[in-house]
Every structure is written in structure tokens, then in C-alpha cells.
Design a protein around this ligand. Sequence first.
Ligand code: PMP
Ligand code: GLU
Length: 385
Amino acid sequence: MKSMYRQIQPSMTMGLDQQARELAAAGKDIINLTAGQVDLPMPETGKEAIRRALDANKTFYVPATGSQALKKAVRERMGWQEGELLISAGAKPLLNAAIACICGPGDEVILPAPCYTSYPEMVRLSGGTPIVAPGDPKHDFIVTGEVIEGHITVRTKAVLLNNPVNPTGAVYNHEALRGIIQVCKAHDLYLIADEVYSDFVYDSRFISLYEYPELRERLILVNSASKTYAMAGLRLGYAVAPAPVARAMGAYLSHALGCPCSLSEQAALAVLAMDGSYVDAMKIVFRDRRDKLYDALSKIDVWTVKKSRGAFYLWLNVSQLDDDIRFCQKLLDQEGVALTPGRAFCCPGYVRLAYTKDVSILMEAAARMKRFVERSYSNSCTVNS
Ligand code: PMP
Ligand code: GLU
């Protein structure tokens, strides 16, 4: 087999989650903080919509890029007045479609890093080359326009920016976004924006890249119901793009995906029409988890941990202690706590914790981690009580 797809690595986040689930199924006492997915129930109204849709036999194909009714609902909920709408099976296929339609063999896409596990492989799936542009740890790894500019070559086609950031939980402010927009304009690049955590910003107002009209002709903006409505398994995402790009993405999706799931479309129609109380309540739960987990982990001063401003991750620097993969493996073997090594996000030396579990479980995880570092790294360890 000569196919370039043989070089593609499976998703490390999904693989580690699977491994932790299998250990738990085999009877091990595992706290799985690998998976970045909301653990709360989806809104009741969405569940009812699925039941009604089933009873009405809505089990047939819908249009390749989603039904008109759902596009209208997304437009209204997201405030996306200009540009063409696309609906698909989650954010992932939309990101793949965007990259495939912009980037051919040999073209480069700049990835501010640390970055979401799938991005480098998504670029490779199109025959492109991922170019990792690392952020400065002293500034929450926020990648400036200047850093991006330093990675541009004649082959650069796009920047793929995730905000809020998985895995660091950092949130880009107006100044940082402006810098990146200016560079994209100056070098005629597309900006692919992944804003799937837009409803998980805890200490400030989230600024979407859609708020910059001067960017619209080069902006492909992706979001999804996975996090906002706890519907990750239902696979429903949406994007807005300039018409020529959207047409190409639609053609890609019609062959690669067929169409979104007809039942998930109905669920999305129902949840998008809700008022903001579900999302507000969820945000309160996640903010509380973040605060408590951060407090517990920051008392253990063998690592540095920054309070995340968005998404649902804490990002620990364990480079003084161990290699990140070895750290995660030892912690899993000895204490049954499953985390994701930074290497999965192009950033060795760090580990990611997803606070996608109840506070009591997170506190138990922190207690186990404290015990683990006291035992395994006693030389470098000072634990404040
Ligand atoms: N982008 C980022 C940054 C993510 O963390 C995730 C979560 N898996 C995705 C995209 C994929 O989202 P979806 O479930 O909508 O495909
Ligand atoms: N967003 C999640 C994560 O980063 C889910 C796994 C995946 O899609 O990669 O863990």
C-alpha cells in the first residue's frame, strides 16, 4: 500500500480515552480525565425532538450541507449574517473540508501551538504540511501575529486558530486577534477558526473572529453542538465561509460524509431555539470545577499550573519531574488517574487534565496526584497543606 494515509496517526486523545475506558471496564479503579467532552446530560428538549423525529420517520437523507431550516436557526443563534452556512457531522469534518479545499499537496498550514491533536493529521490528510508555531509559555502560549509571520513561506495557505484553546484553556483577546488578522490580510492567507469552546469562557466576554468584518472574505469559522449542548456523540457541527470556499466544502462533504444525521438535525433545531439558561448553568458548573481543581493542584508546587480562562482543561508543566508520556503512564499505573500527555498537542513536557467530571471525582484525582508525586518525585516535591 502506497497511500499517504498509511502515515496518518490515529487520534491520541481518542485512543487514550478508549484505553482508560477499557481499564475501567476490566474492573480497575480509573479516573478518566483524558476525554474532552461534556459529561452533563443534553437538554431535554433536544431528546424530545429526536423521539418525535423517529416517530415521524425522519430517518432519510437530508441535504449534503444541512437543511435550510437548520441553517436559518444556526444563522440566528450564532449571528452569522454574511457568508454561506454549512452543517455537517461535527466540527471535525468541517475542519477537514476547509483544509482540503484550501490546501493541496505541498501547501502549508500554520498551527499555533500547543494545538488540538487532530490538526497536524488533518493537514496531512490533504497532502499538506503542518507548520507548528509555538506560543510563549510566559504568555499563556498565546501566539502573536509576529510569531505567525515568522513561519510564513511561499507555500503558506492558511492559519488554523483554535480559541478558546484546547489544551491550554487560554483565550485570545482583541489585541492578539487583531495581530493575527493583520498578518493573514498582509500575506493573503485564509484564517480557519475553530471556536467549539466559545460558550466556555469564564472570566471575560468571548470575542469571535466573526466580529471582524474586514476578515470575512478569508474567514472559515467552525463551531458545533458537541460542547455547547453536550451532544458530542450526536455529531452536529456548523460553519460559515465565503461563498466560493463554502461551495467547494459542500462538494467535499457531499462525497465524504453524505449529509448530517437527520435525527441530530432535529435535536439541533430544538436546542438552538432555547434561551441561554442551559448554557449559563453549564458554565457555572465548569467554572466551579475549574476553580476547585486549580486550587487543589496549585497547592502542589512541583509543577506550574495556570488557571484556564476557557474550554475545560488545566495544563500542567511537569517538565521538572519527568517526560510527559512517562509521567502519564506512571500516574495511570500507580493511581489510576488518566491524563493526556502534552506531546498529543505538539508540546512535550506538559500534561492536560479535562475537568469533565463531578467536583468530588476531581478532588479525588487531585489527592491521588498529590500522593503520586510525593511518592515518585520526593526530591523535587514540596506540598503546601
Ligand atoms: N476542535 C477542538 C479544538 C476540539 O477540542 C474538538 C473536540 N473533539 C473538536 C474540534 C471536534 O469537535 P466535534 O465533536 O464537533 O467534531
Ligand atoms: N475534544 C476532545 C479532546 O480533545 C475529544 C477527543 C477528540 O476528538 O480528539 O479530548
